[in-house]
Design a protein around this ligand. Structure first.
Ligand SMILES: NC(=O)c1ccc[n+]([C@@H]2O[C@H](COP(=O)([O-])OP(=O)(O)OC[C@H]3O[C@@H](n4cnc5c(N)ncnc54)[C@H](OP(=O)(O)O)[C@@H]3O)[C@@H](O)[C@H]2O)c1
Length: 290
């Protein structure tokens, strides 16, 4: 049986928040169709990697909730592009230093779209400190945004999926946490950032057990993907080649891994390293300090 992605029967059923059952559940066509009614919250999605992932997920049929903190104009542009791809998107502002704002985010998304099926934790603070300059203020700032917020959002998604499960036996959710290859290749730069991502990686394993069987939790760890204000274009190109494969990750590579993690129903409690093998090499300093 063929299952055209935009067949009226499929779309009308999906528009009502149901999953089309006329296709075999694991066929690619069914996957595309099923994504049509589903909603994903991508944090930090106004710019850079978050934006790339938002657009890739919209292109695959997901309704995208675009979270941002200060990049309001960029968030509006990302929403417009997502709407052009999947038909429904909206932006939501929240500062992840503020626990109440984090706790309110998933209910706001659910009120807007009627459902939430997936969460991509990409928003991140990345500020330099070292063993010499380390202090509680920097540690707390990184832990709030990079660890506490992703865990609270996963908790809220789980509660939402459990509530839905009362009426829908098939209700399932998935969380993708953006990590970093440097967890497998540590250097002493960005100590608070690295600690916060190491804690998120550990939290991912704990949550994979705690939120099963309704919600899966998967890590995606990019290598050097986008440049920073600390690097010239020439230096970035040179560092990007520093990997066993001769190229680190691109935004498209990372987005493809996130999409795979969202769609593959047997992956949980593990991390996909998407870095050209950079984690297998030894770097004495962070890329941005090289
Ligand atoms: N870029 C890379 O090469 C690379 C490499 C390895 C891992 N990663 C990981 O991949 C993810 C995305 O990377 P990226 O370079 O795109 O990230 P990024 O530019 O450093 O940050 C993404 C977004 O996080 C948001 N954010 C920062 N502080 C926040 C707060 N207190 N509350 C809410 N949002 C906040 C910002 O939103 P606003 O702009 O709206 O303020 C920012 O645009 C991160 O988790 C990062 O650790 C990236």
């Amino acid at each position: 049986m063929s299952c055209p992605p935009d067949s009226p029967a499929a779309v009308s059923a999906i528009g009502a928040g149901q999953v089309d059952t006329s296709c075999p559940p694991d066929s690619p066509a069914a996957s595309t169709l099923a994504a049509k009614g589903r909603t994903v919250l991508v944090t930090g999605a106004a710019r850079r990697l978050g934006r790339s992932m938002a657009l890739a997920l919209a292109a695959a049929g997901w309704q995208v909730a675009v979270h941002y903190r200060s990049s309001a104009q960029e968030a509006t542009e990302t929403v417009a592009e997502c709407e052009g791809l999947s038909g429904a998107s909206a932006s939501f502002r929240a500062d992840f230093q503020d626990e109440a704002a984090v706790r309110a985010l998933v209910p706001r998304v659910v009120r807007h779209f009627g459902r939430l099926d997936a969460l991509v934790n990409s928003a991140s603070v990345f500020e330099h400190d070292s063993a010499a300059s380390f202090g509680f203020a920097a540690l707390e700032k990184h832990l709030r945004s990079n660890t506490g917020a992703p865990v609270l959002l996963a908790q809220a998604l789980h509660q939402h999926i459990l509530a839905r499960a009362a009426a829908d036996e098939q209700a399932q959710g998935v969380v993708v946490n953006l990590l970093d290859q440097k967890l497998w290749n540590t250097n002493p730069d960005f100590i608070s950032y690295t600690l916060s991502k190491a804690a998120l990686e550990a939290a991912g394993n704990m949550l994979a057990l705690a939120l099963a069987p309704r919600v899966r939790v998967v890590g995606v760890a990019p290598g050097l993907t986008l440049t920073s204000a600390l690097l010239s274009a020439q230096k970035f190109a040179q560092l990007h080649r520093l990997s066993p494969l001769g190229r680190s990750s691109t935004p498209d590579d990372v987005a493809a891994a996130v999409l795979f993690a969202l769609e593959n129903r047997s992956i949980t409690g593990t991390t996909l390293l998407v870095d050209g093998g950079q984690h297998l090499m030894r770097f004495e300093r962070d890329f941005s300090m090289m």
